[in-house]
Design a protein around this ligand. Sequence first.
Ligand SMILES: C/C(=C\C(=O)O)CCOP(=O)(O)O
Length: 133
Amino acid sequence: MMERFELRGLVEGRAAGETLVVMGRLSFYGEVDPEKGTLVDGRSIAGKILVIEGGRGSTVGPYILYALSRRGLAPSAIVVVEAEPILVAGAVMASVPLAAGLPRKVLESLRDGCRAELESKPPKALLAIECSE
Ligand SMILES: C/C(=C\C(=O)O)CCOP(=O)(O)O
């Protein structure tokens, strides 16, 4: 069943695809390989709708996200429970749609490979997610 959420749109754009879920806060610097577009555990973020609790710096993170986008390895969108300014800066630089305000319980209920669609039109965003059994 498709679930829909009204979120806060922070960076405009739309995307549809598979979720990639990271519990906790993510720093693109040190935790994402800028040449491969992979997390330290090897999962690829390229073209995924990246769902995370939020960012946690570093100031180098926006440049990593920008480098990923230049290489075609950026996520197609980012959805967070709570945004912080460095993640917003990175999403703006890389033109990656970004939305915040996902309930934490929803994040905890998600897994990789759910089907998601995001339409972010600041100040609002609409997220639809369907996870098959
Ligand atoms: C100085 C940094 C990287 C480099 O050597 O180029 C990292 C800065 O990290 P912050 O968490 O923003 O201090």
